[in-house]
Design a protein around this ligand. Structure first.
Ligand code: HEC
Length: 165
């Protein structure tokens, strides 16, 4: 065989062998990350319309953030566009961010309780999705002007004792 062709063939074979070796583990992480996202409720808030449509939103829209705010005593918060966020974070930075404080109604305790391996799988899944959408609107402190639609989570009809506290 022509030595150049032979050399190219060996390189291609070596490349394919590396891919075969890296592939299944990487795929398993991505599949596990997708499973965690689908079962942990992340889409309910971070995917537009997901809760309202009982989850019938194509995966191509998942985790692109929402302009629908969540208003309560903490002010008004917006579920981040996780695709764009993960595009700016290394895996190590993500592990730190996942354990840093976040405002309601983000279920921070659930995220903090995840093992590193699960958080890494989430990272790998989200990174496998194409960048899409715009950043969510900025947080508005209590009493600030809110220009977007929002859910009102202000506690109402509290018993007099609790209300007086
Ligand atoms: C009930 C709604 C809700 C659910 C469910 C939810 N989030 Fe959030 N998430 C939010 C809101 C609102 C914010 C913005 C909080 C803030 O402004 O501090 C947020 C913020 C975040 C942030 C921080 C973004 C940044 O800019 O640093 C990350 C990361 C995140 N969510 C990931 C997740 C993941 C992963 C899940 C599933 C395990 C999840 N969220 C489930 C509402 C939700």
């Amino acid at each position: 065989m022509n030595p150049i062709l032979h050399c190219a063939g060996t390189l291609i074979a070596a490349f394919l062998a590396t891919q075969a070796w890296a592939g299944p583990k990487a795929d398993a992480d991505i599949r596990h990350g997708r499973y965690l996202i689908a079962t942990s409720g992340c889409n309910d808030c971070h995917t537009p319309g997901y809760m309202q449509k009982d989850g019938h939103v194509p995966e191509s829209e998942w985790l692109t953030g929402d302009v629908m705010g969540w208003q309560g005593p903490w002010g008004t918060t917006y579920p981040a566009n996780l695709r764009l966020l993960f595009g700016t974070l290394t895996e190590k930075e993500w592990l730190a961010r996942a354990r840093a404080p976040m405002r309601p109604p983000m279920p921070s305790p659930s995220l903090r309780a995840m093992r590193d391996a699960d958080l890494r799988a989430i990272y790998r899944y989200v990174k496998s999705l194409p960048l899409k959408g715009d950043p969510a609107p900025a947080y508005v402190p209590p009493g600030g002007k809110v220009a977007t639609p929002y859910f009102d989570l202000t506690p109402k009809n509290l018993p007099p004792v609790a209300a007086g506290k």
